[in-house]
Design a binder for this molecule. Structure first.
Ligand code: DON
Length: 583
């Protein structure tokens, strides 16, 4: 897997070459040009992490479905063909833009902490955090929201019946599909963890414990039965009846917390999207319990104060401003963001241009400020006032941007015996103890402490961009834990500041800083000269190549509405198997 990712990055880097460009004032600047072209379509396009799933969405578009119909078909299919992240046992966020009403909806189907959860539930007697308990046992699972979210999106905003939209997923599970290289690789990589769970071992491996080879037909009849029940009964097919019984039995036998009451009372939220602007473009993105939207707008507001384009993409001057801004946003994240039902998140203040200006004023354009000198805002201005990304556009101008997840690849590695699907370990997105980093190195405090019925803070940032004239323009988003927000940020900059098409915008190398640890994570492909200048300014630089979650920074499946309403789409080249399907 590691090798594959590195290969993907090298490939991404080789697609780009440096071309000198002269700035308005005559000074030479450098930008990336790309030889890589996006896929084009007139009637609709789906881009997701998996070819079978994108084609499932395309099938529904061809049957006359709209973007929501196609998104739901793709997302149920990903639960079959990309079980490392596609899911019915997890949760996520779906942004929907309805062209005829010019309306953006932010659907929150994030997992919630079961009723039996409590603040110190992941602490050992000595007060240390038991990472194994929260990440790899059934106690780490939040109440899944995906089935409620997808069925609700379809019934409110789709046009086709659930049975029709779920048919491709059921077919893929029942009749099987040729094992993909990517799934084969990760099933090998995660073999020890998955085979320690009898249900996961049974559903994802051959009887002798070996992995299906690429190209061999991989069938999931038990999952097919679960999906058929959902197709017939809607959300009740999952939250009530035999599937719910199987899930609760798995919990009872394995020490998990989720009960029938938790399943019966699970609710989605239709939230007001976070709206911001960047150089006249409107950005609509995900509100809390995601931190992504607030942090994205906060960073864009700061960056708008500089002529970012004139520095040249990924020059030292450019990256310096980017990462200094990231430090302030992630520091604020650690203190002010959590589930709005439990904590009063100061959204207006954090996303105000005035507050951004105060951050801008603190940033030295020539010198890095150590993270230890940066903290969450002391005073905010008073204003009266392994996850996966799927993007879809249809010929009507509707858009969907969906990010959903089990948290880690294959969640906590436990499957529901008798129902064939994996469970999330989303409880690790809570701050188990103030000051102790979670699995993505993120810090948090009271705003994101564990509480029954609460949604853990997320970084998932499904996002739309609208042109200054209001026309729908871009649908994007990314997986990658803490690196999601900075990935989406760079797609916004690459498209708006540099005018890149989606293929170029997603393939150029990215950087990431999250306040702590105090270092710039840098993808291979950035110049050694740039790195040297940044180190000279006081930055600590780490080239991604060693750890597992941060080898590549995100994976931004992106669609753009181009000239004459042509839909342009590109699968991010960083991970294998991603695919844009359109017609
Ligand atoms: O909601 C979140 O922010 C995390 N659970 C996302 C995890 C993730 O992106 C892992 N994938 N690469």
């Amino acid at each position: 897997m590691r090798l594959m990712r590195l290969f993907a990055v090298a490939l991404a880097a080789s697609w780009c070459f440096m071309a000198p460009v002269v700035a308005k004032d005559g000074s030479p600047i450098y930008t990336y040009e790309t030889q890589f072209h996006p896929k084009l379509a007139k009637n609709g396009m789906v881009v997701s992490r998996d070819k079978y799933a994108s084609e499932a969405g395309l099938e529904i578009l061809k049957e006359g479905g709209n973007a929501v119909d196609a998104a739901v078909a793709t997302l149920f299919s990903l639960a079959v063909t990309l079980p490392q992240a596609g899911n019915i046992g997890g949760g996520g966020f779906m942004m929907i833009y309805l062209k005829d009403q010019d309306k953006t909806i932010a659907l929150d189907y994030r997992e919630i902490a079961p009723k039996a959860a409590f603040r110190d539930m992941y602490l050992n007697k000595d007060g240390s955090v038991d990472n194994n308990r929260v990440r790899f046992t059934l106690k780490g699972s939040g109440v899944p929201g995906t089935v409620m979210g997808l069925t609700e999106a379809l019934s409110k905003y789709g046009t086709l019946p659930l049975k029709q939209v779920m048919a491709p997923a059921i077919r893929l599970a029942e009749q099987g599909f040729p094992m993909t290289w990517s799934l084969n690789e990760t099933l090998k990589e995660y073999k020890d963890r998955l085979q320690a769970d009898p249900a996961a071992k049974k559903y994802f491996y051959k009887a002798d414990g070996s992995v299906y080879a690429p190209g061999e037909i991989f069938r999931q009849p038990v999952l097919a039965k679960t999906l058929k029940t959902i197709a017939e009964k809607g959300a009740d097919g999952f939250y009530k009846g035999w599937v719910a019984d199987a899930l609760v039995k798995t919990m009872e036998e394995g020490g998990g917390l989720i009960t029938h009451e938790d399943l019966n009372t699970y609710k989605t939220f239709t939230r007001k999207p976070i709206i911001g602007t960047y150089r006249g473009y409107k950005i609509a993105t995900m509100p809390p319990p995601s931190s992504g939207g607030v942090n994205l707008i906060e960073m864009l507001n700061v960056l708008e104060n500089w002529p970012m384009k004139s520095y040249g993409l990924n020059s030292a001057a450019y990256i310096h401003r980017l990462v200094e801004t990231m430090k302030y946003a992630y520091a604020d994240r650690s203190k002010f963001l959590g589930d709005p039902a439990f904590y009063d998140v100061p959204v207006k203040e954090l996303t105000s241009k005035k507050y951004a200006k105060s951050i801008y004023n603190l940033i030295d354009p020539n010198k890095a400020t150590p993270s230890s000198k940066i903290g969450p805002a002391k005073k905010l201005p008073y204003e009266s006032h392994e996850t996966t990304q799927t993007s879809v556009m249809d010929k009507y101008g509707n858009m969907v941007s969906n990010t959903y997840t089990l948290n880690y690849s294959y969640g906590n590695g436990h499957a529901v015996m008798g129902a064939g699907f994996l469970l999330n370990n989303e409880m690790d997105d809570f701050s188990a103890k103030p000051g102790v980093p979670n699995g993505f190195g993120l810090l948090g405090g009271q705003a994101n402490s564990v509480e029954a019925g609460k949604r853990p803070l997320s970084s998932m940032t499904p996002t739309f961009i609208f042109k200054p004239n209001g026309e729908p323009y871009i649908a994007t988003g990314s997986p990658g834990g803490s690196t999601i927000i900075t990935t989406v940020l760079q797609v916004v900059l690459n498209t708006i500041d540099f005018g890149y098409n989606p293929a170029a915008a997603v393939s150029v190398p990215r950087v990431h800083h999250q306040w702590y640890p105090d270092r710039i994570y840098m993808e291979p492909g950035l110049s050694v000269d740039t790195r040297r200048i940044l180190v000279g300014m006081g930055h600590h630089v780490k080239i991604n190549s060693e750890d597992s979650w941060d080898q590549v920074l995100g994976e931004a499946q992106t669609l753009m509405r181009g000239p004459n309403h042509i839909i342009m789409g590109a699968a991010d080249p960083r991970r294998p198997g991603a695919y844009a399907a359109g017609f």
